[in-house]
Design a binder for this molecule. Sequence first.
Ligand code: FPP
Length: 229
Amino acid sequence: MTNPTNSPSHIAIIMDGNGRWAKERGLKRTAGHEEGAKVVREITTHCSDLGIKYLTLYAFSTENWTRPKIEVEFLMKLLERYFKSELAIYLENNVKFKAIGDLSKFSKKLQKVIQDTQEKTQHCTGLTQILALNYGSRDEITRAIKKVNEQNLEITEENINNNLDTAGIDDVDILIRTSGEVRVSNYMLWQIAYAEMFFTKSYWPEFTKIELDDILSDFKKRERRFGGI
Ligand code: FPP
């Protein structure tokens, strides 16, 4: 579903640069992820205060498993810790949590924490924070097409859309990637069809509410034509 207004309904972020942020400060890469998790909370709360409907954050890609084992293990533990400490914050801010991606590759323990967090925030009616976990857009689209086939449905845009992990969620209005890299890295390829894109020089651990506010003011000035004139 596209949104023709200049108030964004859905913001998606590629949180990049944790490793470089840490390296430049003589710290281990994991310190960058730890700091990045704090920014996740700050930006989520800010989006909630601004009345944004959906915030989707790329927390772990289908390709991230190829990182050194020690870093992958750290990220898994960080996610477990994050969900445990975050439940109270979600509830306090009326934030609903949803995961997208193929969760079956995660440990049973992490899958359970994710499931519990989804269930316990199900009744929340404010912002929906979506974490992309073991997520890859090609994988998501392939799984969606398989589901369409299994239901003996015709391959149409609507049927594919309704079988994506993001079924029922508005298209992305704003895509942000931090850290100076200008690429989309297999992230929400279907959902960003008409998104406005923003690339920041700041690394994710130094991304602030003020920077997000600047992006939102810039977005309001952009003319979105969705293929029309
Ligand atoms: C990219 O930085 C970041 C990731 C692959 C992981 C994102 C994780 C977090 C922001 C923290 C944990 C998240 C939650 C929700 C608790 P990079 O490591 O690729 O940085 P680099 O490009 O500088 O090496």
